[in-house]
Design a protein. Structure first.
Length: 364
């Protein structure tokens, strides 16, 4: 499962500044609305100390980390679902993404206009949530009209679809997100195919000023309360600070973070929260000269994890040879782990765990 995160929020909330800091992609940043028109995309490697340690022990020539794709979507405004601002074209950019990072402005700056006149996190969040809800309601309503016509003609699949569409419509009409719908496994394909915006997990990102590091301010506290109300995660970062960290060497960056009272960069915070949000774990493979990290949902069985590498490996899965990272780190070599009897042979029912180092045996 690849992690594709859409960065959303009102114009001038600091989305593009944070996107630049996370990806070093150099998206345009300015203090007026709609600087971003087409979505900017950046792919970044996931910081992974375990991968670095494994590579140091196994001495693989090629090391491939797992990655996260960030998409900076243009600012949404009141009425976006009806075409206001630059319209609901931006909403379409979100539909195929895995998760959303909702950037909320938690700073004052007379040089950066606020589209609603003043900083108010709760109002700002509710504007975005309302536009996503309205866009979803429009999507579902159109599908209901189409499927109802087919159902009247005796189409059984259409009737089945209506059994999902109608309760989702009721949920949205009540102002509740589609992610609250308790979808059963047999209806998951119908639900997922709709690409509903409010079905996507959301991470709130409180964008604070430099002076509010590391403890935040009254606005970031409000975002934290909002996140708790919604059962969501929240991280607090300063876009401006992150922009300053971009060009620093690793040692300088660590010292700068320490001076600020921080232990990790905004990138690490956002990626860590994204992994928690989607319940992702990381496993490792060593094939030939390449050591590689892979991200999968928690609870994934060995054959399905093998399919992440190549579909043939899932179809022809025979067994998995599994070594734990902790055992390799302690022993200092793969050979010693084997001598200790810590390498296990697992079958099709094995659930791959975070930190597993896996070799797949498969037939074609």
């Amino acid at each position: 499962m690849s992690l594709e995160v859409g960065i959303i929020g009102l114009p001038n909330a600091g989305k593009s500044t944070i996107f630049n800091a996370l990806t070093k992609a150099g998206a345009a940043v300015a203090g007026y609305p709609f600087t971003t028109i087409e979505p900017n995309t950046g792919v970044v490697t996931v910081p992974d100390e375990r991968l670095t340690k494994i590579a140091g022990i196994t001495r693989h020539q090629k090391v491939t980390p797992t990655v996260v794709e960030f998409v900076d979507v243009a600012g949404l405004v009141r009425g976006a679902s009806k075409g206001e601002g630059l319209g609901n074209q931006f909403l379409g950019h979100i539909r195929n993404l895995t998760a959303l990072a909702h950037v909320v402005r938690c700073f004052e700056d007379e040089n950066v206009a606020h589209v609603e006149g003043a900083v108010d996190p709760r109002r700002d969040v509710e504007i975005i949530e309302t536009e996503l809800l309205l866009a979803d309601l429009d999507t579902v309503s159109r599908r209901i009209a189409k499927q109802a016509k087919a159902a009247q003609g005796g189409d059984k699949e259409a009737r089945r679809s209506l059994c999902v569409l109608e309760p989702v419509s009721d949920l949205l009409s009540a102002g509740r997100a589609a992610r609250e719908y308790a979808v059963v496994p047999e209806d998951e394909a119908i639900f997922t195919e709709m690409g509903l915006l409010t079905a996507k997990p959301v991470l709130f990102v409180a964008n604070i000023d430099e002076k509010s590091i590391p403890y935040g301010n009254r606005w970031s506290q409000e975002v934290e309360a909002l996140a708790k109300e919604r059962g969501a995660d929240m991280v607090m970062i300063s876009g401006k600070i992150e922009a300053e960290l971009i060009d620093l060497e690793e040692a300088e960056r660590a010292e700068f973070l320490k001076e600020l009272g921080l232990t990790e960069t905004g990138l690490s915070q956002v990626i860590g929260a994204g992994y928690r949000l989607l319940s992702l774990v990381t496993f490792y493979t060593a094939v030939g000269t390449e050591l590689r990290a892979w991200s999968i949902p928690e609870g994934t069985t060995a054959p399905v994890a093998a399919g992440k590498i190549h579909t043939d490996m899932e179809r022809g899965f025979i067994r998995a040879e599994v070594m734990k990272f902790a055992d390799l780190e302690r022993a200092g070599s793969e050979q010693k782990v084997r001598e200790e009897g810590k390498v296990h042979i697992e079958g099709k029912e094995y659930v791959v765990c975070d930190g597993d180092i896996v070799r797949i045996k498969f037939g074609t």
